[in-house]
Design a protein around this ligand. Sequence first.
Ligand code: LMR
Length: 397
Amino acid sequence: MFEKFQMAPPDAILGLTEAFKKDPNPKKINLGVGVYKDALGTTPVMESVKKAEEIILKNQTTKSYLPIPGSAEYAAVVQEFLFGSDHEIIGDKRAVTAQTPGGTGALRVAGDLLKQVRPDAAMWVSDPTWANHTGIFTNAGFEVKKYPYYDAAAKAIDLDAMKKTLKTIPEGDVVLLHGCCHNPTGIDPDIDQWGQICDILVERKILPFVDFAYQGLANGIEEDAQGLRLIANSVKELVAASSFSKNFGLYNERIGAITFVCDSSATADKLASNLKLIIRRNYSNPPAHGAAIVATIMNNTELKKLWQSEVKQIRDRIKEMRHSFVDTLKSLGVKNDFSFITEQNGMFSFSGLNKDQVDTLREKYSIYIVGSGRINVAGMTAGNMNTLCKAIAEVLK
Ligand code: LMR
């Protein structure tokens, strides 16, 4: 029966990494997948992570199962990341957090739970959004709909169009928002715009679902949570997916979390029991190591400080690369205005390069960019900047 399969298309993002690895060109550049590279073009283990791992290895006494929702110590850390310490949501025990295999696992677990409680709800995602969002929620049984987000001409958020569509969304539907570092555009609402979005969510009784995979990569750990916290202060129920792939560099540990905020602790208890069933029937309980690293760092003053400085280095280097990219293109005589790139947040930018240009960059210059024109700025280095910009200058001619 398996012969019936046709070849499936490669993954829009991870498929590029596979192609990149096979490319023999020594000057190849991967600006596809959202993985941070340092100035030398490598993705090293963070110093704070190494130190935490030493502590974990020394003190570990068992490899027995974690509880179904994962480590409680880690869940407390996640809630602090989301809401800040001392938030009434935490004090009132209104939030339920489960440790999940990456942010993707969090999104899928939430999809399964929301489908049970609201079988007819649609999932609204931004246009454009992360290539995997639609697939995850479609597989969880959702009808996935789009709200406008990006104004290609202005290279900015199209707030009017977004608000217009949000105002038509029926009560109980789910709206997926990017907490910060919007993937793929790199364009986030400012605090005033968050306020306007939040007002509509409240008015229309729409369930906010914040995907928060890049906390700390825009302006700072606390700063990047401003939109989420504004929403959390205005609504009784919300969902948030966390990932520590990027801000702790824990990509292959698959460490994320799903958090549901409920109207009361009694509701939270009931939700938690149902969440456990979903997880048990899916992957039983999560792997331990990534959560142990995050919790060890965040509960150790010295390691936390070290980690904060490492995240700042990541943030600063990305910003530096944004400026260097724009300056280098200019110095090569490129007339197109790329200055918008310095205004964007996180790893990604929508370059404005079209599909043909992206294909030429890959085929002729071994430069790998997602088909939509999304570039991972964190893949740029002083070493590859000239090669990259010269090739882009060529395809823009
Ligand atoms: C990305 O968008 O490149 C990252 O989130 C990695 C992934 O899984 O797609």
